[in-house]
Design a protein around this ligand. Sequence first.
Ligand code: ZN
Length: 302
Amino acid sequence: MPTEQAEVLVLKKTKLGETDLIVTCFADSGTQVRAVVKGGRKPGAKLGAHLELFSHSRVLLYKGSRLDTVTEAEVVEAHRDCLQDPEHTAAASVLAELLEFLSRDADADPRLFHLTDAAFHALGQTEIPGLKLLLAASLLKQASQSGFMPSLRTCVGCGSDVADGSDDGNGNIQAMGFDFEQGGVLCHECMRYGEEAHDDQGYESPVRAPRSASAVRNNGRHTGSSRGAHRWGSQPIPVIPIVSVTLDWLETMIRSKYVDLLPFANSDYQAIAEPCLNISREWVATHITRRLRSLDFFCSIS
Ligand SMILES: [Zn+2]
């Protein structure tokens, strides 16, 4: 009998017939697994109890041509805290949907398994007001691990170092930008050049755009923008202005372990979460998948 043992994260559960389930999982090999759980929806079903949504489980699979069948399952970590209320469930669903997409057509980076396992664990430890910060960090980490890491210290326009931030040395803040299509930060000079080019052509300057992606999404219509223009929902979105502190946070989110981010999420750093989540949302939309429905839902209830 062709069987295979795997550790999996349960990303989605779909009803099948009267009492069966199909679970969509991400295996620690980087492969997506879709498997039938016979009788998985029966009350007290043992297999089903070990394959709850978001759980990290060890399974034995009978390999099929289209679908596998789960013959044994054992929970490693249930991540029950991710199901404690609608907000936590919605946040964890965003990561599950993105991982399901990343692994749909081809094997994904196996390191996404432990990264997402750790993200589910951290989300469960986060209080509701801190979920946005944790979710922003998780999306950026998943994207970066999949080969889409934004450039946060080197200008994507000219290659200059922007590590010194947006201060001109005399205490004056200089406008920098974040260009989603080009892949990251624009230094003050490239931002200004873009502004002049846009003005010359009668386009609205990205520098005068509202100072957050959500504001741009709600208010901006920048059709005809020659560079970096793309769409968020039905609205075109230009290059957005960005300040040093947001860049610093984006970098911290990508490079820090969840255990080090948790104290920030659960304290007074929640104000930074909104712009970072908007940027991570647009980053994923630009480079990975147009739209995460679960992220729309999370934002609608948060
Ligand atoms: Zn530049």
